[in-house]
Design a protein around this ligand. Sequence first.
Ligand code: DGT
Ligand code: CA
Ligand code: CA
Ligand code: ZN
Length: 579
Amino acid sequence: MTKKPISNQEIAAILRGVGEYLAMQNVPWKPQAYERAALGVEEMDRELGDIYKEAGAKALLGVPGVGRGIADHIEELLKTGKLKYYDSLRKEVPVDVAGLSRVEGLGPKSIRKLYELLKVRNLKDLEKAAAAGKVRELKGFGQKAEEKILKGIEFAKTVGVRFRLGQVVSQVASLVKRLQALDGVEQAVAAGSYRRRKETVGDVDLLVVSGRPEDVMRNFVKVPGVVRILAEGGTKSSVRLASGLQVDLRVVPKESYGAALNYFTGSKEHNVALRQLAVGRGWKLNEYGLFKGTRRIAGATEEELYAKFGMDYVEPELRENTGEIEAARRRALPKILGYGDLMGDLQVQTDWTDGSASIEAMARAAAARGLSYIAITDHTKRLAMTNGLDEARLLKQMAEIDRVNRKLKGKITILKGTECDILKDGTLDIEDKVLAKLDVVGVSVHSHFNLPRQEQTERVLRAMRNPHADILFHPTGRIIGRRAPIELDMDRVIAEAKKRKMVLEANSYPDRLDLRDAHIRAAVAAGVKLAVDSDAHAPEHFPLLEFGIAQARRGWATRDDVVNAWPVAKMKACLRKDG
Ligand code: DGT
Ligand code: CA
Ligand code: CA
Ligand code: ZN
């Protein structure tokens, strides 16, 4: 067997690992640099191995976030498949950092302490130690911390091995590109939950149109990044990628493309309901086509298929059998928000707090993404670790925004905003008289995530009642796979938002996606407006908006429901509640 060159995914995982180990050693700055480089590598649409072969070590410096030192590491990885530096770091503290960091509140420093004092190497060791009451005895931990760890372990266990959509898009995009380039492939596309843009995917289902399935199969399993072949057949195969992601591939003939795409896009529930419609008319529907007896009456395209049923075309994001079939039959499906519909972004952080770039750099990046306005919403003082703004610095920042606005006139409009912290009692972290000067006041919870439902709900409602509050940012505070949502009575939050004309955020950050699809749908149904924001902390983050748009679509939101899909004047008028 010939050895496969190391893939971008593997390189990224190792760089990220280095960052985690350095963070454990309390090294400043470097961990973030490695994380940024890992992200940059992940987002490349070409294999670094190919780039290196073609253009040498210098070309590696073109990867976003990669400087001299990390480029040397990448070169070593490409040449030898290993990184000595990483191996030595691992030897020093031989723990499963990735596994342990899935427990909420466990940062690199605590992980190191737990290893040094209790020999905790993985989740299992940690659970044992905590259950035996050993964690509470450590300095800086205590009983509460121990309880929190046990709770966090429980939560980490309930989360299966699903991947966040944001973790897999670049892997899938590069696979699809490779498939498209193969001889004999007419079309290649990703179906399944990936195409429906679910927030997490169990596996990825690829579909290829080709008259030569054997050739496609043979080449598919040789693609870089494939580490294991789970099944290989004439028209279907399954592989595992280095990242752990499973990918299923199906090859179909051209005349079945639409039917196959429809079948493998799912959801299963949507398929079942469609099939029942077919049966009701004496037809048969499967992945090969729609049949009347043995005659194929539709199946080459999805559009043709839905048309044959006399219904609207159903966008993949809506195919969950939650009313879309009935609505489509009545020709009453809403025209959902389009991927190009956003005009602005109402949550953006800068280097005034924990963002990586200046106001001007963020504004220019937003303009390049096609936005015509953004709101700068840095954190506030209670979030001291982000260097959160107090009233004085916020006022200074407003003056700076005026200056940058003059400079960028005609390119983009920068609005003055804040991501104002909601304190434990529901009051806000910034004085009203300063909030009154801002265009966009976002409020959000960043602490006391574990309050009981009644208290948590009252806290958030109180914040929403502040006369200056415009948008409730990432309302549930969840981090997918890591932090459970806060206990919030969403019906009451939605009712309050409706009453006060408060906007709820659909945060696009792939780890958050908050509100989630079902809550977005409930908000839309109640007539509450949404803001689909990037929560960008770096210029590269604006493309993340796509994930928020996807969730808004899954929540049946239209342009009318999303305030930042509107021109700036109309959006501002909507925020200004009392005229
Ligand atoms: P996942 O992978 O768990 O995120 O979710 P999906 O929706 O991608 O599910 P998956 O990968 O098991 O199957 C892909 C699609 O194939 C699914 O969305 C619908 C279709 N499918 C799979 N199993 C069945 C089935 O038993 N009946 C029908 N009608 N369709 C199925
Ligand atoms: Ca799937
Ligand atoms: Ca599958
Ligand atoms: Zn936040």
